[in-house]
Design a binder for this molecule. Structure first.
Ligand code: 4AD
Ligand code: MG
Length: 438
């Protein structure tokens, strides 16, 4: 007998197969038991008909408790009513791992309880669907970069300097010297771009964010891309194509997951087919202010120069109904490495991509300062020690060229595409201000 997983069912219709599975749920009457099974990859139904199986098999079926692990034998048959299209007519059952008083029952549980049981909560169909979307985005990301001539260039996690700012650094002891957990691979990636052309990295990054919001993690996965001989406008075109490829990748690979999550697929398709909006930071401030005059707003008043909060970002992207690039922020509220807008030193050549529907910033990107002296000054102005950035400054000494890049927060993207409310469900084991277990 062939041991299969249920996602191979179409090749085994009419055949007797063996599947290892857990019992997600069960309904039984005197004559028939319906087992809701999951084999990890797939949720499926097993039907046990009392009159068709040995008595002990039906007894086992009736006694199964939630999350008991079983080897189930049965005949694969088509089932047009189920989403999967197949079910298993059970002929044999063997319990291989008992499960008693599984804490997560089909009833509603509070968020703290579920977070405390994250290691088990991951087995539920909604969490399963979100992780499938995460997987589809990762897969589409590698595919996109490969097709566009980028190579993967891994940046270090332990670093001697700060990539973004010094207020959100996790510091650790490196044999007596301070070291920091990476906030972004960008600075190293710039070295990679000068050596290999278009490069990307993808890995965990860390921010000691004191913010307790539905958009912030202290450990998250970032994809940074960097390319030489590219201006910021050209970079925006690539970012737009990238985000569209990620959404399309999920539509293609994980339609069932989107269905489980009841995500509005028409909206996702619209984000793929319609052009993204591009406005400047100053235009965005004007729009926010003009809107304040019209009616009550749920955001605070901002002056030119102020940074946006979540409510402002939400309003801007909802206003356009498509992902929106907000460009050329004030230099004062952005990182030290960004190149000023020609003719306006107070603004920098950068953009944040704001997702619609209130999902916030998914990408931060910029054209980089390439002049050695200007970069040196910016480092000092930002209270950083130029010695810590010697390698980064070197890149401006030996064949410095225009270059740009961007970083996408994987969990922000997953939250947006999956349409979940809180970022904590977009990563297997979220690290939050108040949580490091499990
Ligand atoms: O905008 P950020 O800080 O940009 C950088 O780190 C650049 N060095 C990237 C680059 O140019 N290569 O972060 C990039 C993205 C944000 O747009 C957001 O999606 C995500 O990372 N992000 C977070 N995601 C979850 N939790 C947090 N605390 C995050 N902070 C940023
Ligand atoms: Mg940012």
């Amino acid at each position: 007998m062939k041991k299969i997983r249920m996602n191979q069912a179409k090749d085994y219709v009419g055949q007797t197969v063996l599947i290892g599975a857990w019992v997600a749920n069960k309904r039984s009457s005197g004559k028939i038991a319906f087992l809701q099974l999951r084999d990890g990859a797939t949720y499926f139904q097993g039907i046990v008909v009392k009159s068709d199986v040995p008595e002990e098999v039906f007894e086992i079926a009736k006694s199964l408790t939630q999350e008991t692990a079983v080897y189930v034998t049965g005949v694969v048959q088509e089932d047009t009513r189920s989403r999967l299209g197949y079910e298993l007519l059970v002929t044999g059952l063997e319990v291989i791992g008992e499960s008693h008083e599984y804490p997560i029952t089909p009833k509603e549980h509070g968020t703290d309880f579920l977070m405390d049981h994250r290691h088990l909560w991951l087995r539920s169909s909604k969490q399963h669907a979100i992780m499938q979307i995460r997987n589809a985005i990762i897969y589409a990301s590698y595919e996109f970069f490969d097709q566009n001539g980028f190579i993967k260039f891994d940046s270090p996690i332990l670093s001697g300097n700060a990539a973004e700012n010094t207020t959100e650094l996790f510091e650790t002891d490196y044999f007596g010297d301070p070291a920091f957990l990476s906030q972004s691979g960008q600075l190293y990636l710039e070295a990679g771009a000068m050596a290999f052309g278009p490069v990307f990295d993808f890995g965990p990054v860390f921010r000691a964010e004191k913010s307790k919001t539905r958009r912030h993690l202290t450990e998250f996965w970032m994809m940074d891309a960097e390319y030489p001989f590219v201006t910021h406008d050209e970079s925006l075109d690539l970012q737009e194509a990238y985000v569209k490829a990620l959404i399309q990748g999920v539509l293609d690979r994980s339609p069932h997951a989107l269905e489980t999550l009841e995500r509005d697929v028409e909206l996702l398709k619209k984000y793929v087919s319609e052009p993204f909006k591009r406005i400047s930071y100053d235009e965005a401030i004007d729009l926010l202010q003009a809107h304040e005059a019209d009616e009550d707003t749920d955001y605070e008043h901002l002056e030119h120069g102020d940074d946006f909060g979540s409510p402002h970002e939400t309003w801007i992207s909802n206003h356009f109904g498509v992902p929106t690039f907000v460009m050329n922020y004030p230099a004062d509220i952005k990182a030290f490495y960004m190149k000023p807008v020609p003719g306006n030193e107070s603004r920098v050549l950068c953009a944040d991509l704001l997702a619609p529907e209130g999902y916030g910033e998914i990408i931060g990107g910029s054209e980089r300062e390439v002049d050695y002296d200007k970069l040196y000054e910016k480092i000092k102005e930002n209270g950083l020690n130029p010695d810590d950035y010697a390698f980064y400054l070197d890149l401006r000494k030996y064949g410095s060229v225009p270059h740009a890049g961007f970083g996408l927060g994987l969990e922000r993207m997953v939250t947006f595409v999956a349409g979940t409310k809180h970022i904590r469900e977009a990563i297997p084991f979220p690290r939050l201000l108040n949580r490091i277990f499990p």
